[in-house]
Design a protein around this ligand. Structure first.
Ligand SMILES: *Cc1c(COP(=O)(O)O)cnc(C)c1O
Length: 385
């Protein structure tokens, strides 16, 4: 059986977790601080704040942008449901926009029609790790004073070219970038998240809100020689990452360059192996972007039954997943407010959902296994015809 994904974990992570457990300090503390510093250095960000997952990261970033009940946030529908949910967690209304033709990311050309006086922010997703067109999104948002938040859940290790230099996603290029450490992403801590920003005031808010709005972190109080009384200055949340998770994350960061390099080789190999399959759409790296290939999603030929193809593959020992979902099509969004700009449809997102499938991709996936996947897909498509 070839799984669709598999985290790359080993003795180093186990030893790091064990070291923290034996230290006696297991919640947010020195390991979280060290992980934040190392993460910030890796992406080239002035500030990095660790949180419990990417959904809570998005929630805090939207709050920092001032998002509240009745506001609108422009967001692609073609994303994991957490993207739209974070908007709802603020009490705001998602305004869904479509993706670019043949792409998984938001179409910047649709922004002018989607914006209203109620728009509070744009949530720009780097879907399946493929950098979206941030330059175009920022060119639209900046003159209007609209904050842009990057949903970089899948994009650790991806890069964009700016003025002839390669820069990591998370630098951050917009107002804040939010990452996930769920096992389906590259770096994992089981669950976990990180928010990078260049704004010191936003970083201060994130740190306050993630720990109940508490004026003094408990790690500081613990080490103080004097008695410290803390205040709870705002109604905050418990969005902490633990030191056990952070210690794992620090080891995962060391593996990250090798993870990205391997995935980039595997993507080239898939492209070669799949090139001959009639009607199959193979993903291509956009110009000015280096993709970490968090997921390798192909587009099935028109008319091929997605479920049947996936079942035939599963019967042949190859696990796949349906392509990225559309939030507006999920039952959760039947009863809550959302909008689409007048005259716009979400057809390209719906078509992408219905025609894309995600193929196996993980560190240990060898060339022989990739050939087996390609063969099985070719046979499954022949059978579906
Ligand atoms: C995985 C993912 C999230 C949610 O991340 P969690 O850490 O599981 O909360 C949000 N947005 C996108 C695009 C994702 O892929």
């Amino acid at each position: 059986m070839i799984p669709v994904a598999k985290p790359w974990l080993g003795e180093a992570e186990a030893a790091a977790a064990s070291r923290v457990i034996q230290s006696g300090w297991v919640t947010q503390g020195p390991e979280v601080l060290a992980f934040e510093r190392e993460f910030a250095a890796y992406v080239g960000a002035p500030h990095a704040c660790a949180v419990s997952n990417c959904t809570t990261a998005l929630h805090l970033a939207l709050l920092a942008a001032g998002t509240g009940p009745g506001d609108e946030v422009i967001v692609p529908t073609h994303s994991f449901i957490a993207t739209a949910n974070a908007v709802r967690h603020c009490g705001a209304v998602p305004v869904f926009v479509d993706v670019r033709p043949g792409d998984v990311n938001l179409d910047p050309a649709l922004l002018p029609a989607a914006v209203t006086p109620k728009t509070k922010a744009i949530l720009a997703v780097h879907q399946i790790g493929q950098p979206c067109d941030l330059q175009a999104i920022l060119a639209f948002a900046r003159p209007r004073g609209l904050p842009v938040i990057e949903d970089a859940a899948c994009a650790i290790g991806s890069e964009i070219e700016r003025e002839g230099r390669w820069e990591k996603i998370g630098r951050p290029h917009a107002d804040a970038a939010c990452f996930s450490f769920h096992p389906r992403k590259l770096v994992t801590t089981g669950d976990g998240g990180m928010i990078t920003t260049a704004k010191p005031d936003w970083d201060r808010k994130f740190r306050l809100w993630r720990q109940h709005g508490m004026s003094v972190p408990d790690s500081v109080r613990h080490g103080a020689a004097q008695v410290v009384f803390e205040d709870y200055v705002e109604v905050g949340y418990n969005y902490r990452l633990t030191d056990v998770q952070a210690a794992m994350g620090r080891e995962q960061l060391k593996r990250l360059p090798a993870m990205v390099a391997r995935r980039r080789e595997q993507a080239v190999r898939y492209a070669e192996l799949l090139a001959g399959i009639p009607g199959l759409g193979v993903p291509r790296e956009p110009a000015g972007a280096r993709w970490n290939w968090q997921s390798y999603a192909v587009t099935l030929p028109a008319g091929a039954d997605q479920r049947k193809v996936m079942q035939t593959l599963l019967d042949a020992g190859v696990a796949t997943r349906r392509g990225v979902m559309c939030a507006h099509r999920e039952p959760a969004y039947a009863g809550v407010p959302w909008r689409v700009a007048p005259g716009q449809a979400l057809r390209r997102s719906e078509e992408a959902r219905d025609r894309m499938i995600i193929l196996p991709l993980y560190y240990d996936l060898g060339a022989e296994a990739q050939r087996a996947v390609a063969r099985a897909l070719s046979l499954a498509l022949t059978a579906a015809r």
